[in-house]
Ligand binder design. Sequence first.
Ligand code: ADP
Ligand code: MG
Length: 565
Amino acid sequence: EAHKETLEFKAEVSQVLDLVIRSLYSNKEIFLRELVSNASDAAEKLRFEALSDDGLYEGDSALRIRITVDREAGTVTISDNGIGLSRNEVVETIGSIASSGTRRFIESLSGDQAKDSTLIGQFGVGFYSAYIVADKVTLVSRRAGLGAEHGVRWESDGRGSYTIETVEKAGRGTDVTLHLKEDEKEFLDSWRLRSIIGKFSDHLAIPVEMAKEYYGEEAEQKKGAPPEFEQVNRGTALWMRNKSDITEEEYNDFYKHVSHDFLPPLAYAHNRVEGTNEYTALLYVPSKAPWDLFDRDQKHGVKLYVRRVFIMDEADKLMPHYLRFVKGIVDSDDLPLNVSREILQHNRKIDTIRQANTKRVLGLLETLAKDEPEKYATFWDEFGKVLKEGPAEDFANKERIAGLLRFSTTHSEGSEQRESLDAYIERMKEGQDKIYYITADSPAAARHSPHLEVFRKKGVEVLLLSDRVDEWLVSHLHEYKGKSLQSVAKGDLDLGELADKEEQEAKKKAATEHKPLLDRLKSALGEQVAEVRPSTRLVDSPACLVVGADDMSANLARVLKAVGQ
Ligand code: ADP
Ligand code: MG
């Protein structure tokens, strides 16, 4: 085991490495964010495992990250005293890309560097970002709890293979050493490194330390002495600070840290709740949808902390599914530190937090819609389809969610979804008591449907629904503010007060006058139709298909067929 082995990377690793370097080059400083964030994850994992076995601390529970520079060797080293890795773990996690998302990462690359760089964090290829600036990386690690003789040394130039050997390592944790490329020597400058840490890692609860710098005479005196370390990040969890002391920029930077996003968020809410269930929530609405928004195994964006200790990612119990795009943190004072997923499933405190979070986000969106309609339009285009799942999932907040929905309608041109139900209601005609909609499988099919003729003639607005989720939406949203939603393609169209006398008369007359024609059509079409009848809903088209008032809509039938039901 102790001998040195040379192993090949799993096939995708070389490919990902290549892509990472090429697509992230213009944001190269993120290598430090990724490596520091791995070190911080390792510290948090240790803290968590030590809850049930504090022998893992080996007498040293002061967790920290250190960054050291060796100017002569041209190296930067990121060291942590976190959980560390065993030899097998190194092979499994560093030598291969564990995440099944690798291939999708590759497929998702758009060639647009700004966009691609936001993907890297989501796909768990952070470690490899070291190769943006390094032509060789050495990792030396020892897992907490294993003896000093179980250290492991891994090294690779990132070109297809790596070496691994067992070594002695006294302290637990991991040192990652980057041998900087010839033209990346700027990262040997400790002030450059400090400024990057300030930018990305200021809010990490764990201290990030660097050696003190001395100049002039003092530098002479200190020559040869072991370095003295000082903390270079602020090190207080941002969410614990007073709202009034936090700048917009700090909120945005923290968002980038939790979300691995490069764009600033659209909006955020920061709340401290006191009482029997004390917690802090800092929630963000991103400005861009992630690649896997509609993926069933998608990671949830709200992280759970208990008394400043990170507990878990993807705490899907903190936010309903239709708000899964929200990023941020919840830090509870009252949950046990050893809280597990099982406990989260049935926990009153968690339920209360989820309900409050839901109201906060809905409130945030309402304010955005009212005060910053342009930002709301961006939000809607990115996440509207997800919010449309809301009325089916969240009965209690149905009306509020419905108020946030936006539609394309016959009131305006184009397929942009910008009209609210409130605006629709304001424009309703005298005597109109329903909200009319049509569902179709494309915006154009909806807009050009013959079902709309009579509505155009009477100047009655109709919602044009053509997203896949729309059928699901209207089957759960039957009314809004006391006005029922009515399909224009169902049953004997009831225009209520809108239908005028003349039309009713004409329809009756047509039924008798054209009886022979109607009968012939019915017998020619046979079983394919239930009934052929005269209608007032058409203006220019001679005929249209409708479904019975209680039948499944034609479009829903198509959607179900498409998904194999
Ligand atoms: P991610 O952090 O998203 O899992 P990375 O590529 O950044 O992806 O890291 C891959 C894995 O390597 C981590 O999940 C972790 O298991 C391991 N790892 C990386 N750095 C460290 C470290 N400093 N200490 C312990 N494990 C580490
Ligand atoms: Mg990482």
